[in-house]
Design a protein around this ligand. Structure first.
Ligand SMILES: [Zn+2]
Ligand SMILES: [Zn+2]
Length: 283
């Protein structure tokens, strides 16, 4: 957490415009770290057949709903995030107040929502009925169960081998990648899951979203003076993924670095490319 705080100070000095969102990010991360320390999460149930399927057929191991979640811990994290949200931007503050009121009046069943954290339809229905912003409620739910999801994945990292997976979606939960990473001296490329945080290997030159491998239609660009970050564009599906080169930077908090390089996303969008999984902090 200390490294994260220092890094945030560093970025804020360089780009004061990011100050508000980075402060919010830091507060949320602090609460999530606190939650992680006392979490009670069952191991993700892994069957041998599933492991074989992973190798042979390219099916991801589990569905979002199979992640064991500590509902009590998520509930209390949800409430802490609401507190933090009151000091965030005015829209968030207004939404959080409405959410709290609905919980108090028992019009919103928080525990039920967190138990079914994977059920986007349920969130949609709730927000529709109560006149709330779906994005805000989803953000709060996702960030409240996140420590459980990540703890589950961390626990079985050593049990699975995804070296030959090489697909554009997560071998664990099937979600799309959020970022692409270059690691190790030879420049192996990895993708980072937008949902469970798992990292898996993929070819250097391939679009993870449409499997395009034609070199002529894959390009990238850097921001001036920042070769650690680049945008990989695909001319076939007109989508892009941000790549962080960890060989030059060392270990980084990846969602934070993504958030601090939104100017690259703006450039990519001006060039006409879409990002399949946007940064959830900006929505
Ligand atoms: Zn995943
Ligand atoms: Zn593509």
């Amino acid at each position: 957490m200390e490294t994260l705080r220092k890094r945030i100070q560093q970025i804020k000095k360089k780009r004061p415009g990011y100050g508000e969102i980075l402060d919010f990010y830091q507060k949320v991360k602090e609460e999530q770290e606190k939650t992680k320390a006392s979490l009670q999460v069952d191991p993700i149930p892994l069957k041998k057949e599933w492991k074989d399927l992973l190798k042979k057929e390219g099916f991801s191991l589990i569905e979002k709903k199979d992640f064991p979640v500590d509902v009590e811990a998520s509930c209390s994290l949800f409430r802490s995030l609401c507190e933090i949200g009151k000091d965030a931007n005015p829209h968030m503050a207004e939404q959080v107040k409405k959410i709290e009121e609905n919980i108090r009046n028992k019009r919103m069943d928080l525990k039920g929502l967190l138990k079914e954290f994977f059920n986007e339809q349920k969130v949609e229905q709730t927000t529709h009925e109560l006149g709330l912003d779906k994005k805000v409620l989803l953000f709060l739910i996702d960030n409240s169960v996140k420590p459980s999801i990540e703890a589950g994945v961390e626990r079985f990292l050593n049990e699975i081998d995804t070296e030959t997976w090489m697909k554009g979606y997560c071998p664990i939960c099937g979600s799309l990648p959020f970022l692409s990473l270059l690691k190790e001296e030879v420049g192996k490329r990895f993708l980072l899951c937008s949902y469970c945080g798992y990292q898996w290997r993929i070819d250097r030159m391939i679009c993870p979203f449409c499997d395009n491998k034609e070199l002529g239609s894959l390009h990238y660009f850097y921001a001036e003076g920042e070769e650690t970050y680049r945008i990989d564009l695909c001319d076939k599906c007109h989508q892009y993924i941000k790549t962080i080169d960890l060989r030059t930077s060392g270990e980084l908090d990846l969602p934070l670095e993504d958030l601090a390089t939104l100017h690259l996303d703006i450039s990519a969008s001006q060039k006409g490319y879409k990002r399949p999984v946007p940064n959830p902090w900006t929505a």
